[in-house]
Design a protein around this ligand. Structure first.
Ligand SMILES: Nc1ncnc2c1ncn2[C@@H]1O[C@H](COP(=O)(O)OP(=O)(O)OP(=O)(O)O)[C@@H](O)[C@H]1O
Ligand SMILES: [Mg+2]
Length: 318
């Protein structure tokens, strides 16, 4: 029997602001009247949790560390357990939020309602940090927004500490939390193009421009590796001395929900298996594109990811 390398168990994702994702369908959204929706579907959600779920769908292992409060927090734990995803819920006093997605059948449009989530006390976010480092990860995926009460330097502080123990930190966030991670030793940063533009404070006109700005940010200490995702255009991987652009395969768009998180899952899974950067990039793009193919709120499916990955690999070799 094939024995899997131990390192596969060493990915830990962190979600400070998870959500119980509630999805339903309705013929048409309209004001004032009672909308007859279909039975709801419940999924555990939030940046890091989505990454852990996508890793599981890809046949890998990770542990999801997350703050959890109230009945929504308890349900997230139940759902993760049911999917056999190792997880550590850090109890909090506040009530974990729900996110609400409504698919309108008459237009095929998806309406996404996101609520802010509870504040965390200092004791609570410190407990999350303890749970995280207690697991002795090789890779930490810090993903999503920071709830109120958590210092904006949080991801940066995780990174500084992790760096001392050779733990690689992957950060997928935007805005101030991204700014405050700058120069702390992040291994891999995964902004999308718009997030990178906001961060750089300029509109990125073309590939040459992206390359110049990305190189400058890396030289200034943003991260060792920068993966800029560009939707249907795929993603660029930039390091101090390399620039690689992996085009995304053309796929029929089901729903864009989960593209970014699935991409991060593909990237970190391959990296934790010891794959080279270009291979991890290709697998990440395949996972992102597979998530786009799947309908509703579904993340990527392994058979789609593997097929897209093989096709991209073949196209590169030919
Ligand atoms: N229309 C598309 N066709 C094919 N692949 C796509 C498309 N949109 C996204 N992808 C794939 O998903 C990856 C991530 O997408 P994107 O750049 O939109 O991330 P994101 O903005 O972080 O997503 P999210 O909104 O989920 O956070 C892309 O690099 C690509 O591989
Ligand atoms: Mg994203």
């Amino acid at each position: 029997m094939l024995s899997l390398p131990m390192i596969m168990d060493k990915i830990v994702t962190l979600t400070l602001n998870p959500a119980l994702d509630v999805a339903t369908r309705v013929h048409a959204v309209a004001p004032e009247i009672k909308l007859r929706c279909q039975a709801a579907n419940f999924d555990p959600g939030g940046g890091g949790i989505n990454v852990s779920r996508a890793i599981r769908f890809l046949g890998g292992e990770s542990t999801a560390v997350y703050a959890a409060g109230g009945h929504n927090g308890a349900m997230i734990q139940q759902l993760l357990d049911a999917e056999s995803i190792r997880n550590r819920a850090v109890p909090i006093a506040g009530i974990t939020r729900q996110s609400f997605v409504v698919y309108e059948e008459s237009t095929t449009l998806q309406y996404r309602f996101n609520m802010p989530g509870p504040d965390l006390s200092a004791d609570e976010w410190i407990a999350c940090l303890e749970a995280l480092f207690d697991l002795e990860p090789a890779y930490i995926v810090a993903s999503g927004s920071l709830p109120a009460g958590v210092p904006l330097e949080f991801y940066g502080e995780i990174t500084r500490y992790a760096r001392q123990y050779d733990i690689r930190v992957i950060v997928d966030t935007a805005g101030e939390a991204l700014h405050r991670s700058f120069g702390t030793g992040v291994f891999l940063m995964k902004p999308n193009l718009r997030e990178l533009e906001l961060f750089a404070g300029e509109k990125l006109q073309d590939e040459a421009h992206i390359k110049t700005v990305a190189r400058r940010l890396i030289a200034e200490g943003l991260s060792d590796v920068l993966v800029v995702s560009m939707g249907a255009a795929g993603a660029a991987l930039v390091t101090a001395d390399r620039y690689l652009h992996q085009r995304a395969p053309v796929v029929k768009v089901g729903s864009k929900v989960g593209a970014g998180d699935s991409m991060v899952a593909g990237l970190v899974l391959r990296l934790a298996q010891g794959a080279p950067l270009e291979d991890a990039l290709r697998y990440g793009v395949a996972a992102g594109s597979a998530a786009v193919m799947s309908p509703g709120t579904q993340l990527c499916q392994k058979r789609d990811v593997d097929r897209l990955y093989q096709e991209m690999a073949a196209a590169t070799e030919s």
